[in-house]
Design a protein around this ligand. Structure first.
Ligand code: LIP
Length: 274
C-alpha cells in the first residue's frame, strides 16, 4: 500500500476508535434528541460532538484537506466535493439505532482523492467490529480479509434495505412496493438494520447478498462503497447504471447477476442530489 494512504488509514482508524469510545460511553445513557428534515430524522449531542472530534483531529493533521460531514451539512455547511482529498464522515450512522440503544451504530469515514474513494473505515463500537478497505488493497474485518458471498440467484438470496427517514406518502409507497416485489419474487428474506454503512459491510462480509436504499447521503455510503468493492462485490446505482456518490441511492451485491435481478424488481425514485 502507498505510504501516504497507509498513513491516512492509520490516522482514520485511530480517530474512528476514539469516536467509538464516545459512542459507547453514551450508548446506554439518556439522549437529548433533536429532529432534522423530518420528525424521524434524528440527531443527538453525540452525533455533533463526535463529528467535531473527528473533523478537528483530521484537520490538525491534514490542514489542506476538505471535509464533508453529516452534521456540518445539516447545520448549513455547503456540501462541496472537489478533487482535493476529501474526508466524508458520518459520525453516528444509525442515529435512530443509537437513540434506542440498538447495537448497529457505526462511525463511517471515507476519503476521496480526485473524486475516487480511496479508503473506507466503518467501526461498530458496540461490537468492536472494524471494517477497513483501501482501493486495490482488499477489505478487512478486524484485520482479517473478507469477501462477498458467491450468490447469483435472487431466490436463494438474503437482502437488506431500509424505509429511511422520509415520511412522504409517495416515497413510502414506492419503497413498500419494492419490498413487496422482492418478497413475491421469492427472496429468502429482506432485513432492515438501520445503518447504510453497516448494511454495506454485511454484504462485504458475505452474510448478506445485496443491499439497496433510496434517500441516503454521501456520508452514509462513501466508506461502505469501497469496502464492498474491495471485498469483490459490485457497486451500482439502483437502476443498474454507474454508482454516483451524490445521487442519494445505491445498490450493492455479491455479483452483477444478482444486482441486475434486484434492480429489475425496483420502481426507482428520483431524489434531490446531495
Ligand atoms: C441512516 C442511514 C440509514 C437510513 C436512515 C439514515 P443516519 O443514517 O444509514 O440507512 O435508512 O434513514 O439516513 O442518519 O443514522 O446517519
Amino acid at each position: 500500500m502507498d505510504a501516504e494512504i497507509a498513513d491516512y488509514l492509520k490516522t482514520g482508524v485511530e480517530v474512528a476508535r476514539t469516536a467509538g469510545k464516545e459512542i459507547n460511553g453514551a450508548f446506554l445513557e439518556e439522549k437529548r434528541i433533536e429532529c432534522k428534515s423530518s420528525a424521524v430524522d434524528l440527531v443527538t449531542e453525540t452525533d455533533k460532538h463526535v463529528e467535531d472530534l473527528i473533523i478537528s483531529t483530521l484537520k490538525k493533521k491534514y490542514p489542506t484537506h476538505s471535509f464533508i460531514g453529516e452534521e456540518s451539512t445539516a447545520a448549513g455547511k455547503h456540501c462541496e466535493w472537489t478533487d482535493n482529498p476529501t474526508w466524508i464522515i458520518d459520525p453516528v450512522d444509525g442515529t435512530t439505532n443509537f437513540v434506542h440503544s440498538f447495537p448497529y451504530v457505526a462511525v463511517s469515514i471515507g476519503l476521496t482523492i480526485n473524486r475516487q474513494i480511496v479508503l473506507g473505515i466503518v467501526y461498530i463500537p458496540v461490537l468492536d467490529d472494524l471494517y477497513t478497505a483501501t482501493k486495490g488493497g482488499g477489505a478487512f474485518l478486524n484485520g482479517k480479509k473478507i469477501q462477498v458471498s458467491c450468490q447469483e440467484d435472487l431466490k436463494q438470496s438474503l437482502l437488506l434495505s431500509e424505509v429511511g427517514s422520509s415520511r412522504m406518502e409517495s416515497e413510502v409507497t414506492i419503497k413498500m412496493k419494492n419490498y413487496q416485489a422482492l418478497v413475491l419474487a421469492g427472496v429468502h428474506g429482506l432485513r432492515s438494520i438501520g445503518s447504510a454503512a453497516v448494511s454495506m459491510c454485511l454484504v462485504a462480509k458475505g452474510c448478506n447478498d445485496a443491499y439497496y436504499e433510496y434517500g441516503i447521503h454521501s456520508w452514509d455510503m462513501a466508506a461502505g462503497a469501497v469496502i464492498v468493492l474491495e471485498a469483490g462485490g459490485v457497486l451500482l446505482d439502483t437502476t443498474g447504471g454507474p454508482f454516483d456518490l451524490l445521487s442519494r441511492r445505491v445498490l450493492v451485491a455479491s455479483s452483477r447477476k444478482l444486482a441486475d435481478s434486484v434492480s429489475s424488481h425496483l420502481t426507482h425514485l428520483e431524489l434531490p442530489r446531495d
